[in-house]
Ligand binder design. Structure first.
Ligand code: GLN
Ligand code: ZN
Length: 749
């Protein structure tokens, strides 16, 4: 039957139990030979295709699989290898490919950055003096492999030249068009060869089309698709967008291709409204992304069924294909692996494979015109009457502290008596092998809770002594009891579930396992008080309490969709507020609430940004607003394109903020030239991502540069970020230099 086909735009690479990751890492460590590695990868790849076929998917993607990253795959297939690597044309070898991603002895790795608004990171193409040539028609190879070895006529996936160049760097704005055009003939060859090999649909990923395009960009996009459509032969071209609605619907849908893949989940149904208003071009096929490819909850199939029926009115049964809103790369593989998960939760969840079942259910509902015995999933867990009441109240609360910053600052100065340019760190100290080993032993019950606790105490004491010796002004307890900054809190709060295998790829072979926030979030017991109070008891200098903030916990978790985001964030905030209060009551008067991930939740469209920022700022404020005026609230952010959101950062009203700046010191400081930031601030004075011990002169230079635009009375001296991943000796050596540098600058003031 040809009506209501199902399709997938991308499938997870990592495997049910991260087999993919293990296989790659074994190859890197030399444990596996290249031929064996390639064979393992091939088996995984074909296995994924078979799973999709067994699940009844009609249009199955090929070429979405990767050994590392699909953007790097694209750069490699066009021979776009940066000059610093050894390469003399021809197909990019496997080892060179990995060197580009991870660096080699001679050459630093290519840059990595976030893939749109996801937590996936891609390798940034370097397009300086771009002279591409098609050195390997990768999609063709994978198409043929699927056809010959699995009997599947797959849908090859390629990133559009427009989006590919947009994601890259190394060209001026004026060179954008010529860079795209240099690639175009090679893309034409890819398409032509695929067509000759018998490809039916070819998916061209062009998520950049969702942004507002300039006239010039539109012209380039038009030329690109004109050229590709001439090369397509009997194949059909699909423009695939995702993560948001397309900004200029009429422009995009007038491009000369055969189908359009649109996201009907994000941006509040904007794409559906565009179709309602403008109709959908006749003869074209709509790939309707109705199942959320970014989240792990079961869909309300009845609701999506209704949506699809209304879309059919603008297309037809044959011209409507059902699929997830984006590649399933962003969700774990299957709930079947979760043997320990309570049934009630499992029933509410759909990872990649369960989403394929949902597509099938929708397909049969549309074909049979009925959805029998369907009950929409109800996810329990929202059962805390008092939490819901408190959140309602909090909505009316401004989250303001009782006095403005200027007044708080006077009180805090009097209380803490810190020197100018006070020195401190961001929270964590090195997590040595020993620290990690002890934690493992304790988790496996090989070490008693009491012994583990006393080990943590011993480490804390050791580092309080080190910090005093270094003469730092504000100390921290060192976070030795924590693995991950979200997991640590999630495990202690109500409403979270930690899965066993729900991993998703973050970058390369690195995967993350975000917790599931399924219930009302509530405070149960004190989480950090014991360790912090102990650390404070060892010194007369202030020790900063250390918490992960509500926005970061939210952004690094899977969050349910039937509750407004702001409500979940506020629930986390109110739970943290109890911890903040407990710390304060027990003598901790400086408390840092980290928000490294505040920018990660920022919507892709400018018009939606402010709404997010408003509720994110509000949640942060709620978590700390009830402390006394002379309790000093700190926050920390990792590098975050500070300029764009400086208003919101200021609105968080933290007494002190520390920001990672190593890779953008100059830029960041210039942001303050025009902006009168009035609160206290520490711009990281040395880069913690490298083992190198900085020189005193460099740190002095960084401090002095900041003091050209910031008042010495508001400036703090601290490293860039937490020191968890560093070695002990280098940490101590670097901090020693930092304190000396601060003292030297202080004397000159
Ligand atoms: N307090 C945390 C630490 O020092 C902050 C980590 C972060 O910025 N990501 O590790
Ligand atoms: Zn950081």
């Amino acid at each position: 039957m040809n009506s209501y086909l199902t399709s997938v735009s991308g499938y997870p690479r990592i495997g049910e139990k991260r087999e993919w990751k293990r296989s790659i890492e074994k190859y890197w460590s030399g444990e596996t030979k290249q031929t064996d590695f390639l064979q393992e990868m091939k088996e995984l790849r074909l296995g994924y295709l078979r799973t999709q076929k067994e699940k009844g998917i009609d249009v199955i993607p090929v070429g979405d699989f990767s050994f590392y990253d699909h953007v790097l795959d694209t750069a490699s297939m066009f021979g776009l290898v940066p000059e610093r690597f050894e390469y003399d044309g021809g197909s990019v070898s496997l080892d060179l490919y990995f060197q580009m991603a991870r660096g080699s002895k001679q050459a630093v790795a290519m840059e990595m950055t976030k893939w749109f608004n996801t937590n996936y990171h891609y390798i940034v193409p370097e397009l300086n003096k771009c002279t591409p040539s098609l050195v390997h028609n990768r999609p063709l190879d994978l198409f043929l492999e699927a056809k010959n070895e699995a009997g599947i006529t797959g849908k090859p996936v390629v990133i559009s030249p427009f989006t590919f160049v947009k994601l890259g760097k190394g060209y001026t704005p004026e060179e954008f068009g010529s860079t795209v055009y240099a690639l175009l003939p090679h893309y034409e060859t890819v398409i032509r060869e695929l067509s000759e090999a018998g490809a039916d649909w070819i998916q061209i990923d062009d998520p950049s089309l969702q942004f507002t395009l300039t006239e010039e960009e539109k012209e380039i996009v038009t030329n690109v698709y004109d050229a590709l459509s001439k090369a397509k032969g009997t194949s059909r071209l699909l423009i695939q967008t995702y993560f948001d609605s397309i900004d200029d619907y009429t422009f995009v849908t007038s491009l000369p291709v055969d189908g359009f893949g649109l996201d009907f989940v994000h941006d509040r149904g904007e794409n559906a409204s565009s179709i309602e208003e403008n109709g959908f071009p006749e003869e074209k096929v709509l790939f309707a992304g109705v199942i959320n490819g970014r989240n792990i909850w079961r869909a309300d199939v009845r609701e999506q069924w209704e949506l699809l029926k209304s879309l059919t009115a603008h297309t037809s049964e044959e011209r409507l294909i059902i699929q997830p809103s984006c590649s399933l790369l962003h969700v774990p593989v299957t709930t079947e692996s979760e043997a320990k998960m309570p049934e009630f939760l499992k029933e509410g969840l759909a990872f990649a494979n369960e989403k394929l079942d949902e597509l099938q259910l929708l397909q049969s509902a549309l074909r049979e015109k009925e959805l029998l015995n369907y009950v929409a999933p109800v996810i329990p867990g929202r059962d805390s009457v008092h939490v819901q009441k408190e959140v309602k109240q909090a909505e009316l609360d401004t989250g303001d502290r009782s006095r403005p910053f200027a007044e708080r600052q006077v009180l805090q100065r009097e209380k803490f008596q810190l020197p100018l340019l006070p020195t401190t760190t961001i929270g964590s100290f090195p997590q040595t092998t020993e620290v990690r080993k002890k934690r493992q032993q304790w988790r496996k019950n090989e070490l008693s809770a009491a012994d583990y606790a006393s080990f943590i105490k011993q480490e804390t004491k050791k580092w309080i002594d080190i910090q005093e010796k270094l003469d730092l002004d504000v100390l921290v307890h060192g976070e030795f009891e924590r693995t991950d900054m979200v997991e640590f809190f999630g495990e202690k709060l109500k409403g979270f579930y930690f899965t066993q295998f729900a991993w998703v790829q973050s970058y390369g072979s690195r995967c993350v396992k975000p917790p599931v926030i399924y219930g009302d979030v509530d405070f149960i017991n004190e989480m950090t008080v014991k360790e912090t109070v102990y650390a404070q008891s060892l010194t007369s200098r202030p020790v900063k309490g250390m918490l992960t903030g509500p926005v970061t916990i939210f952004n690094w978790s899977f969050v349910r969709e039937d509750v407004p985001k702001a409500t979940v964030m506020n629930q986390i905030a109110l739970a943290l507020r109890k911890e903040v209060k407990a710390l304060e009551t027990q003598g901790i008067h400086m408390i840092q609430v980290d928000e490294p991930a505040i920018r990660e939740g920022l919507p892709l469209k400018k018009r939606n940004e402010q709404e997010y920022l408003n509720y994110a700022v509000k949640a942060f404020k709620l978590s700390v607003s009830t402390v006394e005026s002379d309790t000093q609230i700190h926050t920390h952010m990792c590098y975050s394109d500070f300029e764009k959101i400086i208003d919101s950062i200021s609105a968080m009203d933290a007494d002190v903020i520390s920001i990672e700046t190593s890779r953008s010191h100059g830029e960041l400081i210039s942001a303050f030239e025009s902006y009168h930031y009035d609160k206290e601030i520490g711009l990281g004075v040395y880069d913690i991502h490298s083992p190198r011990v900085p020189m005193k002169e460099e740190i002095i230079q960084n401090i002095s540069r900041a003091l050209r635009v910031l008042d010495p009375k508001q400036f703090w001296v601290n490293p860039d970020c937490g020191l968890k991943t560093r070695k002990e000796e280098e940490t101590i050596a670097a901090l020693k230099v930092m304190v000396e540098a601060a003292k030297e600058v202080r004397q000159q003031l």
